[in-house]
Ligand binder design. Sequence first.
Ligand SMILES: NC(=O)c1ccc[n+]([C@@H]2O[C@H](COP(=O)([O-])OP(=O)(O)OC[C@H]3O[C@@H](n4cnc5c(N)ncnc54)[C@H](O)[C@@H]3O)[C@@H](O)[C@H]2O)c1
Ligand SMILES: O=C(O)C[C@H](O)C(=O)O
Length: 342
Amino acid sequence: MSTHTPVTVTVTGAGGQIGYALLFRIASGAMFGQEVPVRLRLLEIPAGLKSAEGTALELQDCAFTTLDSVEVTDNAARAFAGTNVGLLVGARPRGPGMERGDLLSANGAIFGPQGAAINTGAADDVKVLVVGNPANTNALIAAAHAPDVPAERFTAMTRLDHNRALAQLAGTLEVGVGSIRNVVIWGNHSASQVPDVSHGVLVGEDGTQRPLPDALAEALGGAGKVAPWLDETFIPRVAKRGAEIIDVRGSSSAASAAAAAIDHVRDWVQGTAGSWTSAAIRSDGSYGVPKGLVSSFPVHARDGAWEIQQGLSMAADVRARIDRSVKELEEERDMVRSLGLV
Ligand SMILES: NC(=O)c1ccc[n+]([C@@H]2O[C@H](COP(=O)([O-])OP(=O)(O)OC[C@H]3O[C@@H](n4cnc5c(N)ncnc54)[C@H](O)[C@@H]3O)[C@@H](O)[C@H]2O)c1
Ligand SMILES: O=C(O)C[C@H](O)C(=O)O
């Protein structure tokens, strides 16, 4: 029997498709390791309760040694009482004829009350990852309703975009994903996001490091081919991968989103051991991103806190792309402000 204190994890939208891909991995120890028991709280709306209850039955049947308990509820206060990690997955999808303002307003009605429930009842060390879209601005809304929780504990997921970038690069370079380091996703989790390879390195089997742009030049057949490949192939492929998955699969990414959520929280809790990754976190004004916006940065984690990797140089085209993505985040923030949601 484990001597570790159990971690309480709340997953909203637990009856949905990401929930189904996520909960079994959390329960089996993928997020906190094999020594840490997990107490799961599954939050759904009444229409989703049956599905979540079915998932809870299956979780029980897995007999995971790391699973302490599972509770299903449609009551946010109950779901977040004492929670250490909140995974806010359930969101209102964009319906036919719905404008961006309608979508933000519908999500404000979800993330505002959930932020308030976290404020009232969550554990002092609570960490929140927002997955439900529009993730960055939903995180902003939730944080605004939790004035007693440090705002930097509300993060949004761009790890899936980061992982997609690694996979595209690994395919092009014909190397394993594990040999690619220091790729960054900047900005919003939307088509305006900025996948940036300019600081990337390729680590050889003997530990030698090579700038990623040089490795790409060799793979693509010349240094002059890198910029067009980044502009016309790599960046749009990564930024629009969500739409590609929806097109091919008939519904949005689920298992890859769940895997990215595991990566994000595992790194946040356990640390990144010197390397960096990407996460949307509250801006402290770094890299000219207005303070308070939840934007994706190159980050590393230490002692349970994200830190922005500082001092990276930036080419003019990367800067211009980041400015466009940040402008979109500012527009979303202004819209939720005008709706009284933050
Ligand atoms: N950030 C990312 O990289 C990323 C990647 C993939 C998907 N997403 C987003 O994640 C969200 C969930 O995707 P999915 O495929 O699981 O959707 P889904 O429709 O299968 O499941 C969503 C679930 O949320 C529930 N729900 C709705 N409102 C709720 C509320 N107030 N409280 C609790 N539960 C609520 C629904 O009943 C449903 O069961 C979507 O917004 C999707 O766009 C984000
Ligand atoms: O792109 C989407 O609409 C779904 C999700 O955010 C994704 O990136 O897969």
